[in-house]
Ligand binder design. Structure first.
Ligand code: MG
Length: 312
């Protein structure tokens, strides 16, 4: 039985791709992501299913190296971005809405994966806690700078240089001169938001380069959604994936990362490098709602979940 999530998504290559769900079959522990390309329906039923896994989303972008991978839930770990992935992007970071079913889905997912559920976000760990409480087992905040490996555990912070205070002062003056832009301070760096003034994009980028370039490879400029982020180099979401996967309950599992932003590509690459896979919204899932539906379909309500190391 195929659980279909009805959504059409344009690919970079221009193909329309319809997303399918996981193949539940005789066990809801199968983790298979299925896409079918309408113009390639070549089998006898007129439907050609392509199962992509190990190198998505790059595979779906290039159309190459589509591979099939069978991933039982008791062997995978879910590492998920928050904004734009589990919840829709909102006008301000404070105004995102956690869909009522999301907490329940995440709880079921954590149960089904023997606690191997982490959130990896650009937000602080505290902010993720405010939205999700103790549901994720581990939380990596600030793009991997701050990591809490288990509920109630200490937040470990990467030792990083701080941006020079004159950059911050100049950034404050800069956003003041472009109404609609906004400066967000972060530990280790800051973000120049231009969602409210898209015409300022190039000017803000020029300023960021003027600060960062003379510093060699100590800091780098990260493109984000309608924003430039200046942050210490070397610590990113891929680093967070690698670090989390070293310890229980993640170690020994295959990481499945889902994100929506350029900053998530590092994590997708890390997940693939560690034998897992990565998906990106809107390439592999058109919206957070479709991702939530897919996650929910992996761990249906009312079915007994299988914790790590136990029998069905
Ligand atoms: Mg995001």
């Amino acid at each position: 039985m195929w659980h279909t999530l009805p959504a059409e998504v344009p690919l970079v290559a221009g193909k329309a791709v319809r997303h399918g769900g996981n193949r539940l079959g005789n066990s809801r522990c199968d983790l298979e992501w299925v896409q079918w390309l309408p113009e390639e329906r070549t089998d006898e039923q007129g439907r050609f299913f392509t199962v992509i896994a190990s190198n998505s989303p790059s595979a779906s972008r290039t159309g190459s190296s589509l591979t099939r991978m069978h991933m039982p839930l008791d062997q995978v770990a879910f590492l998920l971005d928050f904004d734009g992935t589990l919840v829709d992007i909102a006008p301000t970071p404070e105004s995102v809405i956690v869909a009522p079913e999301l907490k329940d889905v995440l709880r079921r997912l954590r149960d089904a994966t023997g606690n191997a559920l982490a959130i990896i976000s650009g937000r602080s760990v505290d902010q993720i806690d405010a939205f999700l409480g103790d549901i994720p087992f581990a939380v990596a905040g600030e793009h991997g700078i701050a990591i809490r490996h288990r509920p109630g555990g200490p937040i470990q912070r990467a030792a990083l240089p701080s941006v020079p205070s004159e950059w911050v002062r100049e950034a404050q003056e800069l956003v003041a001169s472009f109404p609609g832009t906004r400066l967000e301070r972060k530990i280790g760096g800051f973000v120049l938001h231009y969602r409210g003034a898209p015409e300022a994009q190039a000017e803000l980028r020029r300023a960021a380069e003027a600060w960062v370039k003379p510093e060699g490879d100590k800091f780098h400029i990260q493109a984000a959604k309608m924003a430039w982020e200046i942050r210490p180099a070397g610590v990113d979401k891929g680093y967070a994936v690698s670090l989390l996967m070293e310890d229980a309950p993640f170690a020994g599992r295959k990481p499945v990362f889902v994100g929506d932003d350029v900053t998530d590509e590092d994590a997708i690459k890390a997940a693939i490098r560690l034998g897992g896979t990565g998906f990106r919204i809107p390439i592999d899932f058109p919206t957070p709602a479709v991702l939530r539906a897919w996650l929910s379909s992996l761990v249906p309500v009312g079915e007994k979940t299988i914790a790590a190391g136990t029998e069905a």
